[in-house]
Design a protein around this ligand. Structure first.
Ligand code: PBG
Length: 326
């Protein structure tokens, strides 16, 4: 009788110990960055309806959240602010006593060792909800750069360890790098949202940060999800302009882009497991349709496998608890 010839891949899967030995990718607490939302006001801990388990905190309640992050050993937070007042030029974004500046100072005073990353954008601070200045019905690039540079400097002055521009204006890394250097913040790295798609997966975040555009959409500045080569051009520009980290956002629907960047660039790569990705898993889990822990860990390991060094995720606290459980 003819012997069948084939490989026995299952040999390396036969028990948990062997699987552990041949596992190619692992997750660790060091991989995670946890987003936090600071809001003006007192005694506020507002759950975001589309993001169960994620809250907006007023500064007097923020410590409880940050203390938990530190106790879990998560190395970094990404801070977003929701101001009291919005205007056409987003002044709250670059005010010395803006909500984010106050939050950063408070966090750094209490936990100097925690890395605080500032999201540098205007959309939470503009009354029209766009990420820059509006001229003739669209976001004007170069005027917006000036405001973003001011925002970055004020965030660094408040103590931000890393500046993360997310606004998708052309030249934002160059403008922010120059402004930081001129203000003496030569040591503050830029984590560029280099490849940011105009994605529907940001929906829940816009509730959380009250930053939905009041007219139109973000398609003239954020990228078309259909494009792959353009992502390489965007990333190359940011590398040339002096970015220290590159980000791909969103995460799950863009893992191919993350892999493309991994193969081309040697900077640390970050992906943002965005609000809609969180909401989808949460909603299914709350309905009993998916196993939350397994689904989350599979998603996060996929981002690592695709090439991410770091993952910004609303699941960070849960993931660390699950990693500890084993
Ligand atoms: C600000 C910003 C957004 C997100 C991060 N920074 C929203 C947007 O671009 O509309 C989205 C994060 C998320 O969905 O979790 N521009």
């Amino acid at each position: 009788m003819n012997q069948l010839v084939f490989d026995r891949h299952r040999r390396l899967r036969q028990n948990a110990a062997i699987r552990r030995m041949v596992r190619e990718t692992t997750l660790s607490v060091d991989d995670f960055i946890y987003p936090v939302f600071a809001v003006e006001g007192e005694n506020i801990k507002n759950e975001i309806p589309s993001m169960p388990g994620i809250y907006q905190f007023s500064l007097d309640r923020l410590d409880e959240e940050i203390d938990e992050v530190v106790a879990l050993g998560i190395p970094a937070v990404m801070v977003f602010g929701i101001p009291d007042h919005k205007d056409a030029v987003g002044s709250g974004a670059y005010h010395d006593h803006g909500i984010v500046q106050k939050a950063i100072r408070q966090i750094k005073a209490r936990h100097p060792e925690l890395i605080v990353i500032a999201d540098t954008c205007l959309c939470e601070y503009t009354d029209h909800g766009h990420c820059g200045v509006i001229v003739d019905g669209d976001v004007e690039n170069d005027q917006s750069l000036e405001l973003l540079a001011k925002t970055a400097v004020s965030q660094a002055a408040a103590g931000a360890d890393i500046i993360a521009p997310s606004n998708m204006m052309d030249g934002f890394v160059a403008a922010i790098r120059r402004a930081l250097d001129e203000a003496g913040y030569i040591h503050v790295p830029i984590m560029s949202y280099a490849v940011k798609y105009a994605s529907s997966f940001y929906g829940p975040f816009r509730d959380a940060a009250d930053s939905a555009p009041q007219f139109g959409d973000r398609k003239t500045y954020q990228m078309d999800p259909a494009n792959r080569l353009e992502a390489l051009r965007e990333a190359a520009s940011d590398v040339d302009e002096g970015a220290d980290f590159l980000m791909v956002k969103p995460g799950l629907a863009f893992l191919d882009i993350l892999r493309d960047l991994r193969e081309r660039f040697d900077l640390p790569l970050v992906t943002y497991n965005v609000s809609g990705e969180y909401a989808m898993i949460k909603a299914a889990a709350l309905n009993g349709w998916l196993d939350e822990k397994q689904t989350v860990m599979e998603s996060l390991i996929s981002m690592k496998r695709a090439g991410a060094d770091l993952i910004i995720t609303y699941f960070a606290k849960d993931a660390v608890k699950w990693l500890r459980e084993g």
